[in-house]
Design a protein around this ligand. Structure first.
Ligand code: 6GU
Length: 225
């Protein structure tokens, strides 16, 4: 899988990817991630990438020309399954979308900044718009890192125990059950007996019960689906 990311602050993203599970996935050849500095494709001597918005109003807008040039130069080498613009007015990200994207070959992510990008970039190039929640970040970089992390950890082999990603919260619209490790008794607070029983059937039943209980209490909206 290959993920290309367009940003005017690529250092932000590279920092995250040089740590984390994503770093291991890159080193082990599961994914190739390239960040592309929009500034490189800026116009004029000052490599301008943003400008005032038509009609007036506060905040700069990323210009269409640098973005179009960069996107087209990337398209010379790669056919993208999706060109995704990270924006607070996109569709809120969920595990279903992450699952679908993890099955693609080539993704291009575009990080916005300031007031956003010229609307015509969205019309001409973008195939999908994603938000990571109802709050505003100062740029799309953190959102791109969130999306990339969520996708990459699903690639088979990236997480040691392949079954681990399948038992995550949200994988079947249920929150994950509680987990425990040693000691079995911490100052009188004990691990539930069933988990020490070795009875796999009982353990699975207990975990499902707890998942449903936790989802009912905390996220009834998930059960309604
Ligand atoms: Cl994708 N970008 C920005 N700037 N803010 C956000 C977001 C994205 N998702 C939620 N807030």
């Amino acid at each position: 899988m290959k993920i290309d990311i367009i940003s005017c602050q690529p250092g932000l993203i590279d920092g995250f990817f040089s740590q984390s599970i994503v770093k291991n996935a890159i080193q082990n050849g599961f994914v190739e991630i390239n960040t592309h500095d929009l500034r490189t494709f800026g116009t004029g001597n000052y490599r301008q990438i943003d400008d005032y918005q038509y009609g007036g109003g506060a905040g700069m807008v990323l210009m269409i020309e640098p973005l179009a040039r960069l996107i087209r130069s990337l398209q010379q080498d790669t056919i993208y399954d999706q060109i995704i613009y990270l924006t607070p007015d996109g569709k809120t990200l969920n595990q279903k979308t992450v699952n679908t994207l993890s099955l693609t070959q080539n993704l291009l992510l575009i990080c916005g900044h300031y007031k956003g990008i010229d609307e015509r970039v969205r019309e001409l190039f973008v195939t999908q718009e994603i938000s990571i929640g109802d709050y505003v970040l100062s740029g799309g970089e953190i959102a791109a890192a969130v999306l990339t992390d969520a996708i990459v950890r699903l690639i088979p082999g990236v997480i040691n125990d392949e079954t681990s990603a399948l038992t995550d919260s949200f994988q079947d619209d249920l929150l994950a059950p509680p987990v425990y490790t040693r000691p079995a008794d911490f100052e009188g607070t004990k691990v539930p007996e069933v988990l020490l029983s070795g009875n796999e059937k009982l353990i699975n039943e207990w975990r499902l019960d707890k998942s449903i209980e936790r989802t009912t209490l905390r996220r009834p909206d998930l059960l309604a689906k």
